[in-house]
Design a protein around this ligand. Structure first.
Ligand code: MLT
Length: 261
């Protein structure tokens, strides 16, 4: 499925994959700041933003292959590939399926382990409700309040409003498809040992959706990884604390750019 993407700047390609149920709009602050130094490519994963949903069975592998096809279309051979939460699951699938194209990896507020039975059943319940309601009400009720951390809720109401707008823009059919894809994702923890590209794991200290233990498990399983904890951020550090996120990612990508030259 040809993906719509925003593509700005020059230099080392940095592909950033968005969280559920958002779109490439969540990477606004990264396009603004990081595109001064790198080529920042932010796709809308299938069904979200400007990308069509298509007819494939739900799968993070399908989403990862969409990203590989996008890189082909842009003539990008290798890139730093990063993703947040659902985008992280797709990044992990991309690393499994297209390891030669990965210069470096950014895994933000995500995890390599699969869903528990309870989590899987919950996703299928949510997918069914999205399809029955034909609205994203269930996401506004159940997911939105957990997407940003308590500091953002207290001090930065505008950010919460922006995230709410992004959730409201998600097509219910795409959100249901993505829930089913995430429910079916495999365990990626063991495959991390074979991922030799340098990795940056980022975790918002106030994240309630993924835990610091999830982040540390990936750092331990990866041969070459570092961890950045972002204070005063919940699940969405690039949106809640863009400056801290951009500093960490900017340094990581710049160091990779130096070693590949
Ligand atoms: C996300 O932020 O992408 C989702 O919360 C991921 C998930 O539901 O596991």
């Amino acid at each position: 499925m040809p993906l719509y993407s925003r593509d700005v700047g020059n230099g080392t390609p940095l592909v950033l994959l968005h969280a559920f149920p958002l779109s490439s709009a969540m990477w606004l602050a990264q396009r603004e700041a990081l595109a001064e130094r790198f080529r920042v490519v932010t796709p809308d994963l299938r069904g979200f933003g400007g990308s069509p949903l298509g007819t494939a069975e739900p799968s993070v592998d399908v989403m990862a292959d969409d990203v590989a096809a996008l890189l082909d279309a842009k003539g990008i051979d290798r890139a730093v590939v990063g993703g947040l939460s659902m985008g992280g699951y797709v990044t992990l699938a991309f690393c499994r399926r297209h390891p030669d194209r990965v210069l470096g990896v950014v895994l933000a507020d995500t995890k390599a382990t699969p869903d528990t039975e309870t989590a899987r059943a919950d996703r299928l319940r949510i997918a069914e409700r999205l399809e029955a309601d034909k609205t994203v009400d269930v996401l506004l009720e159940e997911l939105l309040p957990r997407l940003v951390g308590p500091t953002t809720m207290r001090q930065r109401a505008l950010i919460y409003g922006r995230v709410r707008g992004l959730v409201q823009s998600a097509p219910p059919s795409a959100a249901a498809w993505a829930q089913r894809a995430m429910a079916a994702r495999p365990d990626a923890l063991e495959s991390l040992a074979g991922l030799h590209a340098p990795a940056l794991v980022v975790h918002g200290a106030e994240d309630e959706i993924t835990t610091e233990d999830d982040a540390r498990a990936m750092v331990e399983a990866l041969p070459n990884a570092e961890l950045t904890l972002v204070p005063r951020s919940g699940h969405l550090p690039p949106v809640e604390q863009p400056q801290l996120f951009n500093e960490a990612v900017g340094e990581f990508v710049a160091a990779l750019g130096r070693t590949i030259r």
